[in-house]
Design a protein. Sequence first.
Length: 498
Amino acid sequence: MSDEVGIVIGEARPDRIEFVAKYPVRVGDYVVVDTEDGPIVYMVEGFRNISELLQNETDYQTADEVRRASSKNPRDRVRIGIARALGLVNELLEGRRIYPTLPPEPGASVKPAGDDLLKSIYGSEGKRWVGVGYLLRRPEVRVSINLNMVASRHLAILAATGKGKSNLLALLAKKVSERHGTMVIFDYHGEYDQLRIPGIKITIPKINPRYLDAEELADLVGVRRDAERQRGLLQQVYTQEVREAEDFWGAIIGRLQAIAVDDNNFDFQTRIRAVSVTEIINRALTVWGKVFDPSARSPLDVIVNNRVNVLDISELTEYQSQIIVDRYLEEILQDRKNAVRGEGGAKFKSPVIVVIEEAHAFLPSERRTRCSEIIARIAREGRKFGVSLIIISQRPSKLDADTISQMGSFAISGLIHPKDQNFVREVTDDVSEELGTSLPSLNPGEMILAGQFIKVPALVKVDLVEEKLIGRDLDAVDLWEREYGSGSDYSTEELIKL
Ligand SMILES: Nc1ncnc2c1ncn2[C@@H]1O[C@H](COP(=O)(O)OP(=O)(O)O)[C@@H](O)[C@H]1O
Ligand SMILES: [Mg+2]
């Protein structure tokens, strides 16, 4: 058999085979083996290249001699591949993923999967499917994902810094926008405001402080969490009357100032504290005044249906961001519940995708935040109401595992830390131990896509979104050169004197 790449050896299982190979096969490539159930397509997840002669540590002289002997003896090259079954070929061609029930016979022939076969598996057509890249090992084969699954079953993008998380999100945002979907991105780094896709809406979130409780209000204006007495004082002046006052901030500050000058009723420390809290509030209003809006009706007012909405939270503190995410998610979920139940007045008549970047800041494993509960709730029940999450993080092991295991789809790349690799294996069956160990060697944009948004898992070279400019590494040397070239008038002598 001329196109044979190898022979099945050892104890083959229906889902996983080991084979000796004629030549090296790359992780992420595809092979086909015939079984009684019909041909099965496998993805190669691990590959070892062993020389029996060169196994042992030895002196250089010996190794040099052994090397010559080894190179003359083809039997001394043992190439072992490990591959996982993706499904029965004939079923996959019909769009169904059926696992084999019988393993191939030991000795069965392992053949490369043809591009045509892979094209029909990965290149689904139709308006629900969007192309996102090419198979990393088969650059001719386009890979499509099912956007409906992103919009209903949640997606986690888990990859080391610089491996293309934001790029993939930009790509998805572009596709969602082309299909007039509604997306809300909490832009933690302020990097999506340069994204040039049609109809994108860049905006700052708005929150009405009247609807917050005292603790939230303290977080919002930036009273430190350990400043218990300051927080207590704020709570004291944050009365129902203040909540309902026309001039909300004026009312709070008025009360604090009254305390500050009232030496009959308050001790010196309390009066000083009232001054400090006033200063904190005034400073907060200077810096974040546009975000806290006591006249805002609903946080949803700044969001536009059928558009990609970028909510810039990059200037906010972590606590403020958590409050914002909490409020928006609560409102979005409630609104979609109303819509699905046919109650009037719902804003979103169709599903909404919510994106949380740097998710470990909002949904950490070791503690609760103001928004972790609502994120977990949407992960559990959002599907019923058409609210889905895209969770993005470079430190998956710091995320809440229960919530992440609710994600229907995964895009994974470049995780180096064993804890992160283990986490990924825990939350998805699609990344085996072998595949996990190849994660660190992936380049930017090379990602494992697995789960419900793709027919079968794949190692994909994701398209680069040219429209996304910010967040790229700066080309410092080039920028220096250009600035220098545009005229620096100092002579070296002048510079020494400076
Ligand atoms: N699909 C891709 N193809 C080519 N290069 C990419 C791709 N994705 C990312 N990159 C490169 O990697 C850089 C970092 O990507 P980015 O999406 O910002 O990573 P992350 O958000 O994971 O830190 C980009 O500026 C780009 O140069
Ligand atoms: Mg990023």
